[in-house]
Design a protein around this ligand. Structure first.
Ligand SMILES: NC(=O)c1ccc[n+]([C@@H]2O[C@H](COP(=O)([O-])OP(=O)(O)OC[C@H]3O[C@@H](n4cnc5c(N)ncnc54)[C@H](OP(=O)(O)O)[C@@H]3O)[C@@H](O)[C@H]2O)c1
Length: 321
């Protein structure tokens, strides 16, 4: 691994968020396909587990220490880059994540424009732009997409709902909620429709996007082949885990119930969980299926996506034992 701040021009792809869930999976896909990838992280040591797992790809990866909140750190990362993946969010850090994410996106596009970057590929969230009740999290994801698309750099914005895969924040949230209580008194969002996507399919969309021919910045809504409710998702998770769960829906989420639900979120994801739970009230389904015409991905349904996620889970537990 090189932590050198000097730009290496043989690297044409920049991956931000490589230490995160989605970025880590995409990094593996890119290097397996022979790409050389420059990764930006605030803490290069967070990529060590990746190098330990895949030592054979070490020479294809160049790590640059950088922070999207510090514009001066972005120049070495973006210099010479043709395609930049933007897989960053600030939800874990603070209450004012919307302002941080806005500033981060502005810093990133300003430097990307200056460096002559050819395209930005961003993953945000589904949800209706016109919905006045859109959660702050989803509103912020859309706003970041808009900042990137309105820049001088061609941008592909993907919008997705919950990503199903072991380690994904939204999958871990569903898991925490399902595994802890046999009887759940649930708020109204149990009947909110959503269209979760398997991590394997999501990574394929992101991967194909670096070679996609298109004109003008684009939004692609993507999801699995099933529309389900969050209640349905919890029931299917419980069924595959062999758990009996009773879900009792109540119309109003009292502060007491709200606190109870948040208490079920694991401490590690508490801050992010709080923001994600707020978004469960918003329908997150694909309304514009244009992605079908541009990408070869044939996304799987919820049952298979959960099967794959739980299989990963069992494998990880076997390794840990
Ligand atoms: N997981 C899901 O279910 C899901 C669903 C729909 C959309 N998405 C979108 O997918 C993207 C990635 O999500 P994820 O779940 O993979 O997130 P994650 O696992 O929480 O990772 C977040 C990443 O953001 C990076 N980051 C945060 N602040 C940064 C900063 N100031 N400077 C540089 N990097 C920073 C972190 O890198 P370092 O800490 O190494 O700096 C980390 O790699 C986000 O845009 C999210 O909205 C995710």
């Amino acid at each position: 691994m090189s932590n050198s701040q000097a730009a290496d021009h043989s690297f044409k792809i920049l991956l931000t968020g490589a230490t995160g869930y989605v970025g880590g999976q995409l990094l593996e896909r890119l290097v397996r396909s022979g790409f050389r990838v420059r990764c930006l992280t605030r803490n290069p040591s967070k990529l060590e587990p990746f190098f330990a797992g895949f030592p054979e790809y070490r020479s294809q990866i160049h790590v640059v220490r950088g922070d999207v909140m510090q514009p001066e750190s972005l120049q070495p990362a973006l210099q010479g880059i043709e395609t930049a993946y933007y897989l960053v969010h600030s939800m874990a850090t603070a209450e004012n994540f919307e302002e941080l994410d806005r500033q981060a996106a502005r810093n990133f596009v300003a430097t990307a424009e200056g460096c002559g970057v050819g395209r930005i590929i961003y993953l945000g969230g589904l949800g209706e732009d016109t919905d006045p009740n859109l959660s702050p999290h989803l509103r912020s994801r859309h706003e970041v997409g808009q900042i990137l698309r309105e820049s001088g750099v061609l941008t592909i914005e993907f919008r997705a709902s919950a990503v199903l895969g072991q380690g994904s924040l939204s999958f871990e949230l569903i898991r925490s909620l399902t595994e802890r209580l046999p009887i759940m008194i649930c708020p109204r969002w149990l009947s909110t429709p959503t269209q979760p996507i398997a991590i394997r399919d999501l990574v394929e969309y992101l991967f194909e996007a670096q070679a996609l021919k298109f004109e003008g910045s684009q939004i692609f809504e993507i999801g699995g082949s099933d529309v389900v409710t969050y209640g349905g998702l919890i029931r299917e998770f419980a069924r595959q885990r062999g758990l009996k769960r009773w879900l009792i829906s109540v119309p109003i989420l009292t502060p007491y119930l709200s606190g109870l639900w948040l208490g079920l979120v694991t401490p590690a994801t508490a801050e992010v969980g709080r923001h994600l739970i707020e978004g469960l009230r918003n329908p997150t389904t694909v309304r514009d299926a244009r992605a079908d015409q541009f990408f070869a991905v044939k996304p799987m349904g919820v049952r298979q996506a959960l099967q794959e996620a739980l299989l990963e889970d069992d494998t990880a537990q076997d390794v840990a034992q």
